[in-house]
Design a protein around this ligand. Structure first.
Ligand SMILES: Nc1ncnc2c1ncn2[C@@H]1O[C@H](COP(=O)(O)OP(=O)(O)OP(=O)(O)O)[C@@H](O)[C@H]1O
Ligand SMILES: [Mg+2]
Length: 334
């Protein structure tokens, strides 16, 4: 990103400098020639015999030329000062504006990174503090027997497992923001089919059926990331759908044949309108989903999905009705 910004800035500055230099030269050339032309005409007139004697140059001609050239020099000097002042103001304003525009994505990335680190530390701090407290309490308990100690250890181990998943997800998120895509020709039908297969067991445990209707479409994309995207959407659809529900995934070309549509539908708990915008933010979870359906999670899945889609210059949209279900639509340019 820095390399690109540097090249962009250089290009803009060269352009500005060349533009300024060209305008400046043209302006000075124009002014100087006009000045000399005017003076030449005046001198010619004043040397002419037809000019009334009052205006005609008398006495030594070279004296007159000397003073005239002197005044021309002073005028050109003044013109140069004005032109430089004008160029200074204009180029400062233009340079300031363009530098801001070029550095904008870098500033945005830095802000994002700061927020990411703050969010991540906050999310890690809470379970670590809880873990520490529970171990300390057990250690202080003089009557702690082996069975209770083992239970505390087991609980701690479970918490550590959760932390491990969280750190892995955070790493995945950090990496994807940094990394470039490894684009290749991807058979989307095959990738989706593989992901559906992976989730069949999880769905079966909840007596959920995953229906699929997949068209054979190839896109230029990062296969691993597309697989991750599908897995995030399927995971949510199954997780937030009560037992006996239905999940379906459709992939097809849009009507104008320029976009691949991947649609993941479920008959689950749905999402209230006020949460729809926010579910793509990092760590955002809808409170009620925890109580109603007891779903575990960190609120990272959809933010990762969004980054994956945006890195492929696509879009992700959601429609949902509480109690009826949700539809996530991914639009990928071909
Ligand atoms: N298909 C869905 N049906 C209902 N609610 C959903 C669905 N998908 C996402 N949500 C809501 O959006 C929130 C954010 O989803 P996201 O996938 O980012 O996080 P998560 O599933 O809670 O955790 P993670 O994916 O990190 O394990 C969820 O907590 C849930 O409330
Ligand atoms: Mg999720």
């Amino acid at each position: 990103m820095f390399k690109r910004a540097r090249l962009e800035l250089t290009a803009w500055y060269v352009l500005i400098i060349m533009l300024m230099s060209f305008t400046f030269s043209a302006f000075i050339y124009n002014e100087v020639s006009r000045e000399f032309k005017n003076r030449l005409i005046t001198i010619e007139n004043r040397l002419s015999k037809e000019t009334p004697q009052y205006f005609r140059i008398e006495g030594p001609v070279h004296e007159y030329f000397r003073s005239d050239l002197e005044s021309a020099r002073n005028r050109i000097f003044l013109i140069l000062i004005y032109a430089n002042g004008f160029l200074f103001v204009l180029s400062s304003m233009l340079g300031h504006y363009l530098a801001g525009k070029t550095l904008e994505p870098i500033e945005h990335t830095m802000d994002e990174q700061k927020r990411f680190v703050a969010d991540a530390s906050h999310e890690l701090k809470t379970p670590i503090t809880a873990l520490k407290t529970s171990i300390e309490v057990s250690l202080r308990d003089k009557k702690l027997n082996l069975k209770e100690a083992k239970r505390t250890l087991q609980e701690s181990l479970d918490d550590i497992d959760d932390l491990k998943i969280l750190t892995n997800e955070l790493l995945a998120l950090a990496r994807i923001e940094e990394a470039n895509l490894k684009k290749q020709r991807v058979n989307t039908k095959e990738v989706i089919r593989r992901e559906v297969e992976k989730f069949e067991k999880q769905a079966k445990a909840k007596n959920i059926k995953i229906a699929n209707k997949l068209s054979l479409v190839y896109i230029k994309a990062d296969e691993e990331k597309i697989a991750k995207l599908i897995s995030i959407l399927l995971d949510n659809a199954i997780k937030y759908t009560p037992k006996g529900g239905k999940v379906s995934i459709i992939s097809k070309l849009s009507k104008n044949l320029r976009v691949l549509l991947i649609i993941v539908k479920d008959t689950g708990i749905g999402i209230a309108e006020k949460h729809l915008e926010k579910i793509f933010e990092r760590f955002y979870r809808v409170e009620s989903s925890r109580s109603k359906i007891k779903a575990e999670g960190f609120g990272l899945g959809l933010s990762l999905a969004k980054i994956i889609v945006e890195k492929h210059e696509g879009k992700i949209e959601v429609e949902s009705k509480i109690g009826k279900g949700s539809i996530f639509t991914v639009k990928m340019p071909i």
